[in-house]
Write a protein that binds this ligand. Sequence first.
Ligand code: UDP
Length: 483
Amino acid sequence: QEAIEQLHFLVIPFGSPGHYIPTIDLAKLLAQHGVRVTIVTTPVNAHKFGSILDEAIQSGLPISFLEFPFSYKEFGLPEGCESVDDLPDIGLGGALMEAFTSQQKQVEQYIENLNPRPSCMISDMFLLWPAEVAKKFHIPRIIFDGMNCFTQMCNHVLYLSKVYEGVSESDSFVLPGLPDRIELTRSQLSFAFNSGSMDAKDYYERLRISESEAFGVVINSFEELEQEYADAYQKLKKDKAWCVGPLSLCHKDASQKVQRGNKSSINENYCTKWLDSQENNSVIYACLGSITRIEPAQLIELGLGLESSKRPFIWVVRAGHKTEKIVKWIDEEGFEERIKGRGLVIRGWAPQVLILSHPAIGGFLTHCGWNSALEGISAGIPMVTWPQFQEQFYNEKLLVQILRIGISVGAQNVVHLGEEEKSGVVVTSAEFTKAIEMVLGDENESEDRRKRAKKLGKMANEAIEQGGSSYRNITRLIQVIRD
Ligand code: UDP
């Protein structure tokens, strides 16, 4: 224990809720295991994610923060944009990744004045510069990869086989050499294979090399969820891969769950009371993550689909992208009046983990961002899947085909970020309603799906408890660094 207390990890998150939040969870988990953790943050993000940072500080764990200035201008970013969800145009995502380089010098200065040096650096998968710093100071660098082993293996076989080359956008092909028959189209691949510009391709290639040169990789998943893929990935990484999730479960009680992420746009007590008034397993919770930009016409279909499902629901309408239009529709339609008592609209940020852990929730309509998917799994809830881009189509395969706890709304196409989107509707209200009914209904299949989801939820919780696989893995990681 004494030796563990001497370990000091420097943790460097990237600016996007889906990266930042689980990275802070990881820092907290390490601190719970006796490691001293210093988190490098930026001024706006320190404020933006204030509640999760405050919670980490108040936890009394050995966690501290370094807030370093951030350069906007030289990277072409508007003042104050330090997180993907705040970008006026998602096409600036690459510039944001580069802009995080502005922290490099300050981190170097910090380490130079530190004796002893940090024992380890854990940096987000999207950041390149930590590799140089780690090399300079001879510190082992671990990548925090916010995804799962299934995704890692999909990308690995795609990279090796180049099976997508020469295939048209919409023709599907099978990913070779995986334990399951996974079929995808080219447009459903992650940006590493599918990004429009050469600059982006080059950046992803550098990220791939950076990850392959790192000391190891931390994964937010648990082995039992995807055993064959976890084994294959372990082998690939020569045992330097650690599944330590689900990270959201490091928040044990309700008050901690409330404070996870941004400040909620709804009073949590009201939200809990509303859920208390609904029957167990009856509510569909629809939330599409923190960065998806969906056209109002398409969101209206979702609203109408939820309405005609005749099930109680919570619909989270994220702030930031053409919000005025969808809010105007909600108001003009008298939508909230029509669904009063049965439906709750949250405009902005929802306390997602708190909501998912309420017994009234019976289904989760998700964009399949990995954090959301894993939070659904951890809560033991079947899902309606509606992937938009990046690895979300892979995650849908995992949920629907492999774990068999999801029903797809049938979206085939990626949302092209950065383009002025077409106003076309990809998924109709009837398709949403149908998928919701399949998840929440009384059919035998729905019942079996619920049982499988519940079982996975139990396994997720066991994984992080003492003696569980993720508990063992975080201990193993700490041990490797100590040795
Ligand atoms: N989230 C939340 N409230 C919201 C929207 C998102 O708490 O209203 C959290 C969610 O719990 C998850 C993260 O933000 O932890 C989103 O990450 P994910 O990987 O699901 O999707 P992304 O936003 O990166 O597309």
